[in-house]
Design a protein around this ligand. Structure first.
Ligand code: CMP
Ligand code: MG
Ligand code: ZN
Length: 639
């Protein structure tokens, strides 16, 4: 078993995200990531209840979390640091993500040289100056984006001159490593301007003969309903402005000083470490992970993710508490032995959320607390799922339906039961959050998990399209993250065929078991639940065309919209995405649009193609059966 040697994902390097879980013999790393994962040997964890959660003793003491940093130094014997060239003349521009990594490495080298008493004053001065400018660029650059300067450039009435000046300012600043950039950036063309049919995937727009009747019924009963709960006002969320950027710069410095305390971290079997190396792939083999992890994918994946994003350290989550929490979550998922809604699905959705955070660059838009909440929301989003739908709970009048008044019955249970679990001292991963942090975390988890209720689907998409259609879209974090989680929850049809096919078979088996119970209870079959009368291929085509594709399209637009200004400094193709020239006007007038990679598009097309072939074969087989039945009837009549 390997202790998890954490290599944090650097949020200032969205274009070059690194993976984790290195065995202990890989100590000679040349970047700073290996120093940045373990919990700091900081103050003793505070007792549960400090953030306002009712602890067993009922304490409500508010104690702000200490901001004390680990006073770590580079690990002794890390000779790799001695090999770094400390010249400053060929460093990348200060406002590029690469600069952050370079500056961090330089600072670590300086620390090591200072420790050995070897540093030349000039080298010290030049490198500190570079690091200072990198920090300033992080701050000034993004603050400017959020401020009024882009509004002028983006305004339809802005003169060609001012638009050109804004664009030129951006590119000049990006290519200069001298002063901190004072730049004016243009926002890209709003998404709505390129979308012709904004509402064309509303169920009401689906032509009656475009899908079989059963599939239409199922779509109607599952994916529509009036929004029942009052959502928090968008204005209540703190804006992503100066404070967030200042904090980000602080975290950057913080990570430089951290060091690994691997002994405190959970051990990972080598097979799990091996599988986790491909975690950044869209079609990651979650079934393979489950096998390697001896059917504990939530425990290992959950731990790895929370560690990767530096959450263990940042929010002082005791590793043993995290392990206990994840194990209990895993148990909860296995309680009803569901074919589909089990620990594997939780891990699968969490993986997809990780992809969205890391591989699109979305994490750069979020605070650490929001990342923490998003990961936990994904991990618990179907906690203690009963293997039956909300419809079944309502129709059969279960206690849970009674408790939640038939509204988002399962989703309310998932989130409520998970917070109940986190109230246990051994599982309280939130014990070091301040009261304010706890409230924000809780609100975000509740919002995002409740929004996985499929009956909110069309409403959710419509609301997001509406937001994106504004001249200056300001996307609410909670709504954005809800959409991301919802998309990840229905993403298996957008993964490679082998995975999608397996998930579909598991889901249908779960639906059919519900159908068996409905028959026994004398209830009508829920859509897709009658094992003798379900058009599998057709239902999947309908699900892909009317639900999954439109969801991922809106989600992609949303991410490109919010990330455009943030990723403007990222000039080349990268793991996260790229800035591409849009067609149309001459080069100096073109908008540079940030586009994320969409590995799901090809999978969706391929899966749809296969289902269509399957549907044609099924239809042929049904026609043949019908003909045989008619012939048999005719023969009997003749006799
Ligand atoms: P849940 O995971 O709770 O939330 C998303 C829902 O989408 C899921 O439950 C299923 O009810 C539904 N879903 C996911 N995949 C499919 C699919 N391939 N076909 C039909 N429904 C699906
Ligand atoms: Mg669910
Ligand atoms: Zn789910």
């Amino acid at each position: 078993m390997y202790p998890l040697l954490g290599r944090c994902i650097s949020r200032r390097s969205p274009c070059a995200c690194v993976a984790v879980a290195s065995p202990p013999d890989r100590r000679a790393v040349k970047d700073d990531s290996a120093l940045a994962a373990a919990p700091a040997p900081g103050p003793t964890p505070a007792p549960a209840g400090r953030n306002g959660q009712l602890a067993k003793q009922g304490s409500l003491t508010i104690v702000r979390r200490s901001s004390g940093r680990a006073r770590g130094r580079p690990p002794p014997g890390d000779e790799a640091l001695d090999e770094v060239d400390m010249a400053t003349d060929s460093l990348p521009p200060v406002d590029t993500p690469d600069a952050c990594d370079k500056a961090a490495l330089r600072l670590r080298c300086l620390l090591r040289q200072l420790e050995k008493g070897q540093v030349a004053a000039e080298v010290l001065q030049q490198n500190l100056m570079y690091a200072t400018r990198v920090l300033e660029a992080v701050f000034i650059d993004e603050t400017k984006d959020a401020g009024g300067c882009s509004a002028e450039a983006d305004s339809p009435s802005a003169s060609p001159h001012s638009r050109r000046a804004a664009a030129a300012g951006a590119s000049a600043a990006a290519s200069s490593s001298a002063a901190a950039p004072v730049q004016r950036r243009r926002l890209r063309t709003p998404v709505w301007a390129r979308r012709l049919a904004d509402d064309d995937d509303e169920l009401s727009e689906v032509q009656p003969d475009a899908v079989p009747h059963e599939v239409r019924e199922w779509l109607a009963s599952t994916f529509t309903r009036q929004l029942a709960t009052t959502r928090r006002s968008t204005d209540e969320k703190p804006k992503f402005r100066t404070v967030a950027h200042a904090i980000r710069a602080g975290i950057f410095v913080d990570r430089i000083y951290r060091r690994v305390n691997s002994s405190a971290l959970m051990s990972f079997p080598p097979e799990v470490v091996k599988v986790l190396k491909t975690l950044d792939d869209w079609s990651f083999d979650i079934f393979g992970l489950s096998e390697a992890a001896q059917q504990q994918p939530v425990k290992f994946l959950g731990y790895d993710l929370i560690n990767r994003y530096g959450i263990i350290h940042k929010f002082k989550v005791p590793p043993a508490t995290l392990e206990a929490f994840l194990s209990r979550v895993e148990e909860g998922y296995c309680r009803y032995r569901n074919p589909y809604h089990n620990n594997l699905h939780a891990a699968d959705v969490s993986h997809a959320v990780h992809y969205m955070l890391c591989q699109t660059g979305l994490m750069n838009w979020l605070t650490d607390l929001e990342i923490f909440a998003t990961l936990v929301a994904a991990l618990i989003h179907d906690f203690e799922h009963t293997g039956t739908t909300n419809n079944f709970h309502v129709m059969s009048g279960t206690d849970t339906a009674l408790l939640y008044n038939d509204r988002a019955v399962l989703e309310n249970h998932h989130v409520s039961a998970a917070f109940r679990l986190m109230r246990d001292d051994d599982c309280n991963i939130l014990q070091s959050l301040t009261r304010d942090e706890f409230r924000e975390f809780r609100a975000l988890v509740i919002d995002t998990v409740l929004a996985t209720d499929m009956s909110f689907h069309f409403q959710q998409l419509k609301t997001m399209r509406g937001l994106l259609s504004l001249a200056e879209p300001t996307v609410d974090k909670s709504k954005a993250l809800s959409l991301v989680l919802h998309c990840c929850d229905i993403a298996h049809p957008a993964k490679r065929w082998e995975l999608h096919q397996r998930w579909t078979a598991l889901l249908l088996e779960e639906f059919f078991r519900q159908g068996d119970r409905e028959r026994d209870l004398g209830l009508p079959f829920s859509p897709l639940c009658d094992r003798n009368n379900t058009l599998v291929a057709e239902s999947q085509i309908g699900f892909i065309e009317f639900i999954v594709e439109p969801s991922l399209a809106v989600c992609s637009d949303m991410m490109e919209t919010v990330l455009g200004p943030i990723m403007a400094g990222c000039k080349t193709d990268s793991a996260a995405g790229s800035i591409a020239e849009e067609g149309g006007p001459p080069v100096e007038h073109q908008t540079r649009r940030y586009t994320i990679k969409k590995p799901w598009s090809a999978c969706l097309a391929e899966n749809k193609r296969i289902w269509k072939e399957q549907a044609a074969k099924d239809a042929e087989a049904r026609a043949q059966q019908q003909q045989q039945a008619e012939e048999a009837t005719a023969t009997t009549a003749e006799e």
